[in-house]
Design a protein around this ligand. Structure first.
Ligand code: HEC
Length: 481
């Protein structure tokens, strides 16, 4: 059976859509009439020609292989692109990504690989989904999202009708991005056929890149547009583009919610809050980052095990990288002169989670001998997009206002993620590997204290601080899902 995507490449339609060239060695002459009819029928003034070509090609594929001239073949795309993403593409990609990984746990290193016949067979189902989803994406007449759906992050993600417009006005680009995705998916499919776990692993990064390229163009295009600096020079801040940059995220939004904060009891004096954050249940490991997408990063980290630290624990379940802050408003205090320093080293951000006062200097350094590109996401106020092509460059900025957790990513290295908790007052801290934190000089009173973790979300509790006293606020995140 001829694959529709091959046909798409092998047919061409002239300017007025009248003729079609079949470059394969099969005689399709019988089927040209129905195909032409489809072409004419689908050409609405606004319909991009390529939609018609794709549809026609798919019809031809089916008609040709059936060796019939049945013109009644038509598609009925029912689910939206969003549905395809959530029901087909994303779960299949996740299953494949997770099937081959090197996980560093407290017990040692676990090489996760499909091993049994059942493992490979299950993976084959996922690879089938992954690869065929590209054909579903190319069908004309599919909605982007179900009617009435509104973006969950307006101003950050485009609305479905805007995505639709972008696709329709340049279907060629959509097709190209789908085909890029398809090529990697085919390679993964073949890897599964050949039970080649190494190749499956190696394609994990490129697959992610094809997802992200398409999302950056159609879903949250504000996040793109950083012209890569071509010459060596000082940091080159890129002026904000019209749409605020950010990525859709399931990262929990933290922030000062003054509405729920109880009024500050006027007790006078200050005290301390100490606490410990614990993750219950079996502790997840951390996957070693696949850096093969950028050979320079791979070279730089050769022989090292750089892991994705999204859940960083000690063996006793103490949880690091939890950002703790008080909610509410407080009397003004001076912003420290010392900058908050973040480094990019071995193609990761160090530290991964950090706090900064609104107005404080934040310095992000590139210690790697290669290009990084800082791009703020999940923000509409503290926004920048800046390339750092030269080792030693420092980008400095002042977050302008309290902004929940500001997420920064490197456009070139998808695994690089930084979170900065921007807070108006000084009562915040990030837990280290002991899982502990201390907030000092806290005005005596009843406070709401919030813990944020990138995977496990937000926990809050009330804590009473007495003058010169030490109050305790421990948090336990429930068992990892
Ligand atoms: C050719 C373009 C394209 C490719 C390739 C692509 N996507 Fe998408 N994806 C989209 C568009 C467009 C949306 C936005 C739809 C919407 O409005 O939610 C989307 C949305 C999503 C969503 C969010 C759905 C929601 O609204 O909650 C997920 C998750 C997703 N894609 C995962 C993936 C993964 C994983 C890959 C790669 C394995 C991938 N996508 C490849 C175009 C693409």
């Amino acid at each position: 059976m001829t694959k529709p995507e091959v046909i798409v490449r092998e047919y061409s339609v002239d300017g007025d859509g009248q003729s079609m060239v079949c470059l394969t060695n099969v005689d399709y002459s019988d089927s040209l009439t129905p195909v032409r009819r489809v072409l004419h029928q689908s050409r609405r003034p606004t319909a991009p020609l390529r939609v018609a070509v794709a549809v026609a090609a798919a019809v031809c594929a089916s008609a040709c292989s059936n060796e019939s001239s049945d013109s009644s073949v038509s598609f009925h795309p029912t689910a939206s692109i969003q549905d395809l993403m959530l029901s087909v593409v994303d779960p299949a990609a996740d299953a494949i990504w997770e099937s081959v990984a090197t996980i560093v746990t407290h017990e040692g290193t676990e090489e996760r690989r499909p091993r049994t016949d059942e493992d490979w067979e299950a993976l084959r189902h996922e690879a089938v989904r992954l690869v065929e989803a590209s054909n579903l994406m190319l069908m004309g007449g599919r909605d982007v999202a179900r009617p009435g759906f509104r973006s969950e992050h307006p101003g950050i993600e485009l609305e479905p009708e805007e995505v639709q417009e972008l696709i329709e006005e340049d279907f060629e680009t959509w097709t190209r991005l789908v085909n890029d995705y398809h090529s990697v998916a085919v390679s993964m499919f073949e890897a599964v056929q050949n039970r080649d776990a190494d190749r499956l692993f190696d394609e994990g990064g490129p697959l992610d890149v094809t997802c992200e390229r398409c999302h950056q163009r159609y879903w949250y295009p504000g996040a793109t547009g950083a012209p890569m600096p071509s010459t060596v020079g000082p940091d080159t801040p890129v002026p904000p583009v019209a749409a605020p940059a950010a990525a859709p995220t399931d990262v929990p939004t933290a922030g000062a919610d003054t509405s729920t904060a109880p009024p500050l009891a006027p007790m006078g004096g200050t005290g301390t809050i100490e606490g410990h954050v614990h993750l219950s249940g079996e502790l997840p490991g951390n996957p070693i980052i696949r850096m093969g997408v950028d050979p320079l990063c791979a070279q730089l980290t050769e022989g090292k095990q750089i892991v994705q630290e999204s859940v960083l624990t000690s063996p006793d379940g103490s949880l690091a990288n939890v950002f703790v802050r008080l909610q509410g408003t407080f009397p003004e205090t001076p912003v420290p002169d010392e900058p908050v320093v973040i480094d990019q080293q071995d193609c990761v951000f160090i530290p991964r989670v950090v706090g900064a006062r609104a107005g404080q200097n934040v310095q992000i350094k590139n210690s790697d001998p290669l290009l990084h590109n800082l791009n703020t996401q999940t923000t509409t106020t503290n926004r920048f997009n800046v390339g750092q092509p030269v080792q030693g460059m420092v980008y400095e900025f002042q977050p302008v206002e309290e902004d929940g957790m500001l997420r920064i990513r490197c456009d070139l290295h998808r695994w690089m993620t930084e979170y900065i908790g921007v807070v108006a007052h000084p009562y915040f801290a990030t837990t280290d590997l002991t899982g502990t934190f201390t907030l000092t000089d806290v005005p005596a009173g009843i406070h709401t204290i919030q813990a944020w973790h990138e995977e496990y979300g937000i926990l809050t509790q009330t804590v009473t601080v007495e003058a010169d006293g030490v109050a305790t606020a421990d948090f336990t995140y429930p068992e990892a899902p």
